[in-house]
Design a binder for this molecule. Sequence first.
Ligand code: BT5
Length: 259
Amino acid sequence: MNQNELKKSLSKLPLGDVKYFESIGSTNDEALAWAANDTSDLSIVVADEQTAGRGRLDRKWFTPPGTALAFSLILRPTAEEKPHLTRTVGLAALAVAQSLRTRGLEARIKWPNDVLIAGQKVCGILTESVWSGEDVDCVVIGIGVNIRKESVPPVETLQFPATSIEAELGHSVERLEVLRDILAAFVNLRPSMVSDEFITQWEKLLAFQGQPVQVDSGSTPAVVGHVTGLDSDGSLRLRNDHGESIIVRFGDVRLRPFA
Ligand code: BT5
């Protein structure tokens, strides 16, 4: 991958500016700094390697060189989109999941910010907002996708099993084609983000639908219940053993199957 190949591959998509780095700390950090300079909507930072890739709460995200996709999109929301920005992570997850499904992979979304194949994490998403007073000026959407087997972190460092696209497909794929497909899916889906139908589409690809899960949030006791769907803002709906409906809001939550 290099700047020319990247620009050529993305040239037909309605994106903003494109920045490529052979190696960088974190594409989200670069995009957050860039966004402060009136960068146009859908500008993108792509890196071959991240040396300080971040997950939520500054957990580490592993991106060794030549093995994965690590990129950050700058979304400048329209006035119509602004009331629906809690759906942004769903928009990114749906774009990734749909594009993997067109390759024959059974991708599902583990609420709130992961994409799984066969119950294993293949993609993590980190959204961060840039505020201007009381208003969100833009959202940086960081997406990491494991392409080659070498992009999967050592198993002893993981709390949730992980996989890569090539391990699941059993053959090699072009990283730039995967990137282009994800971005094309994102652009196609974006207009629907403001509609109720968007939540239905997101629900259809939720992992663990109808199954028991445990959600840990660190501060409050863990919540256990069966997944029933999503609220209109993208919060997760569960039903507990007493038949009560529970809404789990976004935040530093971890979801796993409940045995
Ligand atoms: C995430 O956080 O899953 C969000 C990851 C976002 C990464 C992208 S890459 C481009 C952009 N630039 C950045 O700096 N970040 C974004 P979280 O749900 O907190 O999960 C983090 C956990 O996933 C770690 O603690 C590890 O256990 C695990 N992990 C780390 N690297 C992984 C990988 N390559 N594949 C699967 N799991 C991984």
